[in-house]
Design a protein around this ligand. Structure first.
Ligand code: FMN
Length: 172
């Protein structure tokens, strides 16, 4: 699919087919995340592929929005690897890096006919606790993914509401 078509047609999917995701498709999605640009190429992204019933239940206990997806990508940053800006105290590129990774994975998923939803409605400490993640690993977002069915429709209010170009852009 052309990139422009993917960008224009993608929407957040919150209802998935129960069909398992082909490993070849999953590999392509993860590869899109692996090769994403990151600050200084430090590559802090760490992706946990949540497939087991047990791990899904653990996530479901602390986040309502896993949407019974066949796979959930828990996208994290290794905070010991991310770029810190010496010119700006406290600035850390971890969230930005992992968000670019997520965007690439989301678009590649759509390209393969796989829907996704970016989810941040959780407390990262809860995720760390239930999945027993190491101290240096910070959960950034969850991404339930799966093949689509007739019920995988966009949320009309959210998806079709966008600011006008002039509200977003200012040439200076
Ligand atoms: C940072 C971020 C956090 C989000 N968190 C959630 C979430 O917790 N639950 C949810 O259902 N959608 C979540 N979304 C999806 C947005 O609601 C959605 O992208 C937006 O409403 C536009 O709709 P569209 O993606 O269908 O075009 C999130 C999106 C982003 C970028």
């Amino acid at each position: 699919m052309e990139l422009e078509k993917v960008i224009n047609e993608r929407y957040s999917v919150r209802k998935f087919s129960e069909q398992e995701i082909l490993q070849s498709d999953l590999n392509k999605i993860l590869e899109a995340g692996r090769i994403a640009p990151t600050a200084c190429n430090f590559q802090p992204q760490r992706i946990f592929v949540i497939k087991s019933k047990e791990a899904k239940e653990k996530l479901k206990s602390i986040c309502r929005m896993t949407f019974d997806a066949p796979v959930i990508l828990l996208s994290c940053a290794d905070m010991t690897k991310s770029w810190k800006n010496k010119r700006e105290e406290g600035y850390d590129s971890a969230e930005m890096d992992v968000s670019i990774v997520g965007t690439q994975m989301m678009l590649e998923a759509w390209n393969l006919g796989i829907g996704s939803c970016w989810v941040r409605a959780f407390n990262s400490n809860d995720v760390k606790e239930v999945l027993e993640l190491p101290e240096n690993i910070k959960p950034i977002f969850l991404m339930p993914i799966g093949y689509m069915t007739d019920e995988s429709i966009p949320n009309k209010e959210l998806h079709y509401t966008r600011n006008k170009m002039e509200d977003m852009v200012k040439y200076i």
